[in-house]
Design a protein around this ligand. Structure first.
Ligand code: AMP
Length: 368
């Protein structure tokens, strides 16, 4: 077992297993490309070690280069990929093979495809040393794969956890014995977001607020934002299929998390069931759902106050607030019974000083 920052990792793939996989990719690519001079393009930072060992195994003429995507990976509104290091500009008419260390959900791959679609290469192929087939979205074909691995957070052989671990010769996987996952439950204004901010630091958890993710998307004018906006403006719930997909993406973006606080999700029985099913596929589960209790008139006043500073239009209009409460009573309240049925439902008094409420929540969490 090794420790990097705050987390423990256990051995997963040996150096021999990795080098065998590298060699077999090199042999396959050689048999397809030995009659021309391909350009290998490594994706920094993670792929540097793979690229180096790969080239030692590739016995024919070739060129090598690198790209680096920005850490705010994503397409701009004009469909351009943000890069820190661009593809070389002499790729015209060449066969390019992109060397990736790992493909998981496929998000980075999508950026790469956009990037190389804008070049005038003859063709480009994708080779990935590691591949998480169980979570890959399948959008593009992956031409050469080294090792199919389960959906575990890994480090070593170029891959990092917050920049540590890249220099390991072997691959390690996160030891996730102590994970806690919480649902914060309660009406709009109950203080879920405020409390989540404290709890996430105290228990080292990742806070996912579906409302915040939607607002972020609206602000950035994404497709998801446009879709959600009309519902949110009225205080209606965004449709389940949209919200569930988004939540799953958020969880998958944080494979190294030592637990999650779900804030504002689930809000319907469908979402709760989908969450349970999804977590099973990750060997995870909800440990507790904790409700913050407060009465409606207090909450309405809180929301109207918040609306003056937050700029949230759904907080500024009492009829929209009342509609959010109706949505809650009709669609979200039944979840209490759902979680009681699983023996996971707890509630604390949500009225009082912020730190007193944090303390009440902490007591529930520490007894889990
Ligand atoms: P919140 O920030 O949690 O108050 O959420 C603001 C708005 O985002 C809600 O009124 C809904 O329109 C939308 N929203 C947030 N979470 C969900 C969810 N789990 N399901 C459906 N809509 C949601």
């Amino acid at each position: 077992m090794i420790k990097l920052h705050d987390k423990y990792f256990k051995p997963f793939l040996s150096e021999v297993q990795i080098l065998d996989a590298v060699k077999s990719i090199a042999e396959k690519i050689a048999s397809d490309y030995k009659d021309e001079i391909p350009v290998f393009v490594g994706v920094l930072n993670g792929a540097f070690m793979f690229v180096s060992d790969f080239l030692k195994e590739y016995q024919y003429p070739c060129e090598v280069s690198f790209v680096k995507l920005s850490s705010y990976q994503g397409l701009t509104s004009t469909g351009i990929v943000e890069t820190l290091l661009d593809p070389p500009d002499n790729l015209k008419g060449r066969s390019v093979i992109i060397l990736e260390d790992i493909i998981d959900s496929g998000r980075t791959l999508k950026e790469l495809v956009h990037l190389f679609n804008n070049t005038n290469v003859k063709e480009y192929k994708i080779a990935s040393l590691f591949y998480k087939s169980t979570i890959y979205n399948g959008e593009y074909a992956i031409d050469y794969v080294g090792i199919d691995i389960p959906d575990k957070f890994i480090v070593g052989y170029g891959l990092d956890y917050n920049e540590l671990g890249r220099n390991l010769r072997e691959v390690y996987q996160l030891n996730q014995k102590h994970m806690i996952n919480l649902v914060l439950f309660g009406k709009p204004g109950a203080g879920k977001g405020t409390q989540a901010e404290f709890l996430k630091d105290k228990y080292n958890l990742k806070h996912i607020s579906t409302g915040d993710v939607f607002r972020y998307n609206i602000k950035n004018g994404t497709e998801l934002g446009t879709l959600a906006k009309s519902y949110m403006d009225q205080g209606d719930l965004v449709p389940d299929e949209v919200t569930i997909k988004m939540l799953q993406d958020e969880v998958e973006k944080n494979p190294e998390a030592s637990g999650f606080i779900f804030d504002g999700f689930p809000r319907t029985t469908e979402q709760a069931k989908a969450l349970d099913t999804f977590l099973v596929t990750k060997s995870m589960k909800i440990d507790a759902t904790i409700a913050l209790d407060a009465d409606d008139e207090v909450l309405i006043q809180r929301l109207l106050e918040r609306g003056k500073v937050s700029g949230r239009t759904d907080d500024q209009d009492e009829s929209k607030i009342r509609n959010r409460f109706e949505e809650y009573n009709e669609k979200t309240a039944p979840l209490q019974e759902y979680y009681e049925g699983q023996g996971k439902f707890h509630s604390v008094n949500g009225i009082g000083a912020i730190e007193d409420i944090t303390h009440r929540l902490g007591k529930v969490i520490e007894e889990l």
